[in-house]
Ligand binder design. Structure first.
Ligand SMILES: [Zn+2]
Length: 159
């Protein structure tokens, strides 16, 4: 266990390759690779990336950073259940209707309820997927953007 302090350097939670170290005379840390600036809160043992609204926060657990979360947003089980309900409820409702009133086979548009149910499922799954990506993949996007920089540093190191 090593508490977060301003004298050590830590692996960067955004690019995961650089090191973040304290900036002189400031309660802030900066990454030597992706140049991200983080506000440091020693009391809460966390750093905040304010360059994005809502800000991203990482907690230091003594060994590594916990996964990022958005400031003021708690992703509890309520959200998980809501997401599952959003994906499963509409197609199951349609499915229920199909079960109760099966479309007469060999009539035009007999296939429509089935397609409708699958489309509903796919559409809602896409919405939830997009939200999850928006929430979790953000650091990954930054990581990709810092890739050219990382390669350049790698080349310098190999020379
Ligand atoms: Zn970095």
């Amino acid at each position: 266990m090593n508490p977060l302090n301003l004298h050590d350097s830590y692996s960067c939670p955004v690019c995961r390759l650089g090191q973040i170290a304290a900036l002189p005379l400031m309660d802030a840390m900066a990454c030597n690779l992706c140049q991200q600036i983080f506000e440091v809160n020693l009391e809460k043992q966390q750093i905040k990336m304010p360059s994005r609204q809502p800000a991203l926060i990482w907690n230091w657990n003594g060994k590594h950073w916990d996964s990022a979360r958005l400031e003021g947003v708690e992703l509890g089980w309520g959200y998980v259940f809501a997401a599952i309900a959003l994906v499963l409820l509409p197609p199951s409702l349609i499915g229920l209707v199909i079960l109760i009133h099966p479309p007469t086979p060999d009539t035009p548009l007999a296939w429509l309820p089935y397609v409708w149910a699958s489309l509903g499922f796919i559409a809602h799954l896409a919405i939830v997927g997009w939200l999850v990506i928006e929430f979790y993949q953000f650091p990954l996007g930054l990581w990709f953007r810092s890739l050219p920089q990382q390669l350049r540093q790698q080349r310098i190191r190999n020379l």
